[in-house]
Design a protein around this ligand. Structure first.
Ligand code: DPP
Ligand code: ZN
Length: 873
């Protein structure tokens, strides 16, 4: 299929200034009348035909300036409508299409979820509603009239402000008209019609305007929407305070739906959410769910400026809105919670998803140069690495200039469809800096590896660090250039005292710019051999090799003033030990003892100060991270055994303080999702897990007791998770009890599916097959498929990568089964094969043959075809 290239971008030949939509909702025959005010684009070609995009559309009529067009004057098919001789001045095109929203299983365009009507248009779903110039640089003012049966859809919502509503006399139908004064691209269009309850409140903006906020959910679940509403209000206040951004409509509506491909969608004034990221109660949602809801509500709200007011010129610029908005939501969560704890969580996600992607056949630049299917580029690279680029920019230019640059960017680009260049230009203007080398982060794929060697000269009292950077080849980019890497750095004395050593190449904020392939940094006045603390707060998205001993690293765990690097030090030591165990290379016994002892000291002296941080320090790198670090010839069974063994050792040495913490940190009083309470629960539950790793019998009893008496989902699920690691009757009884207790709670059963699919034992594939027959499972609901099949593929390294290949074959079967229904969902499942090339030869061949079987299928969607083709290249 066709490859779309960034270099081929050219402005549209036509513009659409106004869009009037008249939508008559009906389960199988929804009528859409679109009245488009079109004019030639002065920047386009003069004699071009008008070619509108469509997708699976059924055209009923088309007229131009009020005159029905005879069939000779236009051409049409399900994918396009073209007029070869359109007028050369402004004209009106009226297009009537008919849709079957009930049959729309792709969940793109207009579809139904639990009987309600809703839409999803990003990236190219609007063309499934009407023929249009469905590209983000076409900005139009929309007026939407929605009409529906009163009983079927008492609530009718659109973008912008409500204008009028009423009954249609003599019928049981009613209508609502919405007008959005802000010109927007078609991907931000939305409408909703359905039976919905809501919670709401009024918000007064910084300039004193009143805005009505509402969160719509399934009737009866209103009490689970309060947290989302509260998070929305806090997001709005934060964006005013931190970025000076104010909301711009009279209403802001959020609607939760049960069938949704993504997490949520930032449609102007009418965000539509996967209900998993709205609904929360202590009994059904974990602390992690609450944190995700807060982050995603914020993310979609922040898009109102970074995405909607300033949108993307074309889909290659996706990171312009997504990377920036992820950065903004991360900053919000850091301010609302604990900054170092949140930073560690961000980096864990980045490494698990983005570093893995960057090392895989699917690696691509943050701004890709080409694509076959844009829906496959809503990736960790565009989102998470895109956010890291914004963060590095802020680190390099400093907080004041960063804010001034953001203000200038919003100011210059408001109401336009912009590019990455526009973004960087604002910061170049404000700082007078040349950012062209820095811009390479957008165009060069792959994770740079920075190698650092240290030399201490006691006589001269100097300390030198030699840096080298290299980036491995990625698809289409065989050779790489050096990147501009900000290295936040400090020196720590062996005894923890602070060092005042200086280097003129380190900025007052403690940042050294590594922008060559090799460079050295010298410190003078260093009175004893220090331990370097590099990439503080994870100042750049790179991998690091450092010639530090485990003892040096444990000095950092104990003494570094940078919390991120304290955590990182423990992770690095643990990673070395895990790799040693997995590859059966010799690791001196003393090294295990010293890590365990250091963790014990940490638990006794430090853990109570910040329990959430302590829980992260106590959590070993996960198996996929270890596999990535090994990088070739991976045996997932060996890694699994190694991690279990190291957990056992740590649990044994630390048993006493862990038990003490477990007892002391039990919740007092009613559940609260705040960060401090969540942190206590997380340390307590990590303790439960490590204690069970050391002593299975006692651990099972303790976990069972917690499972039965838990007063909130966080504690219940954590103990359930511990039981999953302990085969036996207690586990099976817990599975049955959990299934019964939450039989009517689909989002809770998703957790139940996930944990069962993640059991790292040979019987799990059969268990997953059985669960697919469970009445709550549905192959057409993305949340269900992701929690059962997706979890098996992504969270169960030993069983997905079974040596006999059955894990691969099962997931391949599922991809082929889901693809005809929902290509986006199928393509996402297929990305589980991302790391197949790092496996040992036997598994690698079995993965290859499963991928080939998919590739040979004649009727693949473009989504799956693209991923499977790139995976095999
Ligand atoms: N809805 C998705 C997001 O907010 C895509 N824009 O990231
Ligand atoms: Zn987004």
């Amino acid at each position: 299929s066709k490859i779309i290239q960034l270099k081929d971008y050219r402005p549209s030949d036509f513009l659409i200034d106004r869009v009037e939509l008249d939508v008559r909702l009906d389960p199988h025959a929804t009528r859409v009348k679109a009245t488009l005010t079109i004019r030639p684009n002065p920047e386009g070609r003069a004699d071009a035909p008008l070619v509108l995009d469509g997708d699976e559309l059924n055209l009923r009529s088309v007229s131009l300036d009020g005159r029905a067009l005879p069939s000779g004057e236009y051409e049409t098919g399900p994918q396009f409508l073209s007029i070869s001789q359109p007028p050369r001045q402004a004209f009106t095109l009226e297009i009537e299409t008919e849709l079957d929203p009930t049959a729309n299983t792709k969940l793109m365009g207009l579809y139904r979820s639990s009987g309600n009507y809703c839409t999803q248009c990003e990236a190219d779903g609007f063309r499934r509603i009407t023929y249009f110039l469905d590209r983000p640089d076409i900005l139009s003012v929309y007026t939407t009239r929605i009409e529906a049966d009163r009983d079927e859809a008492p609530v009718l919502l659109g973008n912008g402000n409500p204008v009028e509503s009423g009954a249609i006399e003599g019928t049981n139908r009613h209508f609502a008209i919405w007008h959005d004064p802000h010109p927007k691209p078609s991907y931000l269009f939305a409408l909703v019609g359905g039976r919905l309850g809501h919670v709401g409140k009024s918000f007064t903006t910084m300039s004193g305007r009143a805005v009505r906020l509402k969160v719509y959910v399934e009737p009866g679940k209103e009490d689970r929407a309060h947290y989302a509403l509260d998070a929305l209000e806090r997001s709005m206040r934060w964006d005013e305070r931190v970025f000076g951004r104010e909301y711009d409509l009279d209403e802001f509506n959020i609607v939760a739906v049960s069938d949704f491909n993504m997490g949520a969608m930032e449609n102007k004034g009418l965000n539509i959410f996967n209900d998993k990221y709205v609904l929360a109660s202590p009994e059904t949602a974990t602390d992690a769910d609450y944190a995700n809801i807060e982050a995603i509500i914020a993310h979609e709200y922040f898009h109102n400026w970074s995405g909607n007011r300033v949108t993307c010129r074309d889909w290659f610029q996706l990171c312009l809105k997504e990377g920036l908005t992820v950065f903004r939501d991360q900053e919000f969560s850091s301010d609302e919670r604990s900054r170092p704890v949140h930073r560690i969580a961000e980096v864990k996600t980045l490494r698990a998803r983005q570093f893995a992607e960057d090392a895989s056949p699917l690696a691509h630049p943050v701004r890709p140069q080409q694509y076959r299917e844009i829906n496959n580029f809503y990736t960790a690279t565009v989102y998470e690495k895109g956010a890291e680029i914004v963060r590095m920019l802020k680190t390099i230019i400093g907080e004041g200039d960063f804010r001034r640059g953001m203000d200038l960017y919003f100011d210059r680009c408001d109401g336009t469809a912009a590019t990455v260049e526009n973004f960087l230009d604002a910061f170049a203007t404000v700082t007078g800096r040349d950012l062209s080398h820095f811009a390479r982060w957008y165009s060069q794929a792959g994770t740079p590896r920075v190698t650092i060697r240290s030399t201490y000269d006691e006589a001269a009292q100097t300390y030198r660090l030699d840096f080298a950077q290299a980036t491995a080849p990625t698809p289409g980019q065989p050779s790489k250039e050096p990147m501009a890497i900000p290295v936040a750095i400090g020196l720590v004395a062996q005894d923890g005292s602070s060092l005042t050593a200086t280097s003129e190449r380190v900025s007052p904020q403690g940042v050294f710019m590594l922008d060559r392939a090799q460079d050295s940094l010298s410190f003078s006045g260093v009175t004893s051999r220090p331990v370097p603390s590099v990439f503080r707060d994870f100042s750049a998205p790179v991998r690091t090799s450092l010639d530090l001993t485990n003892d040096d690293l444990l000095v950092l765990l104990r003494h570094d003033t940078d919390a991120f690097n304290r955590w990182q030090a423990a992770q690095t030591v643990a990673m070395r030990l895990l790799i040693g165990l997995a590859e059966r290379t010799s690791v001196p016994d003393g090294d295990f003892d010293r890590l365990a002892a250091a963790l014990r000291t940490f638990l006794e002296s430090d853990a109570r100060r910040d329990p959430a941080f302590a829980a992260l320090v106590l959590t070993l790198p996960n198996e996929a991270d270890v596999a990535q670090e090994i990088g070739a010839n991976v045996n997932p069974d060996a890694i699994h055994r190694a991690r279990r063994e190291l957990r056992r050792m740590i649990g044994t040495v630390c048993a006493e303080p862990l038990l003490q913490l477990y007892e002391e940190l039990a919740d007092q009083g009613p559940y609260s999702p705040d960060a401090a309470s969540a942190g206590r629960r997380s340390l307590r539950n990590v303790s439960l897990d490590l204690l069970a790793a050391a002593d299975a019998r006692q651990g099972e009893r303790r976990a069972q007791a917690q499972f039965e008496t838990a007063s909130n989902m966080t504690d219940r699920l954590a103990s359930f998770g511990v039981l999953m690691t302990l085969p036996g009757e207690a586990r099976e009884a817990a599975i049955a009890a959990f299934g019964r207790r939450y039989a009517d709670e689909p989002l809770v059963l998703d957790k139940w599916f996930t944990l069962q699919a993640s059991i790292q034992e040979d019987g799990t594939l059969d268990r997953v097959r059985r669960l697919m027959e469970h009445p709550a499972f549905s192959i057409s609901n993305p949340n269900r498929v992701r929690s059962l099949v997706g979890s098996f593929a992504m969270l169960n390294p030993t069983q997905f990568n079974r040596a006999d290949g059955q894990g691969y074959e099962f997931v391949a079967d599922m991809v082929l089964r889901v693809d005809p229904l929902n290509p986006q969902l199928a393509a996402r499942l297929l990305t589980a094969f991302g790391s197949w090339r790092i496996m040992e030869p036997e598994r690698l061949e079995r993965a290859r043959s499963a991928l080939r079987r998919i590739a040979q299928n004649a009727s693949l969607s473009r989504d799956v075809g693209d991923i499977v083709q790139r995976s095999l290249e």
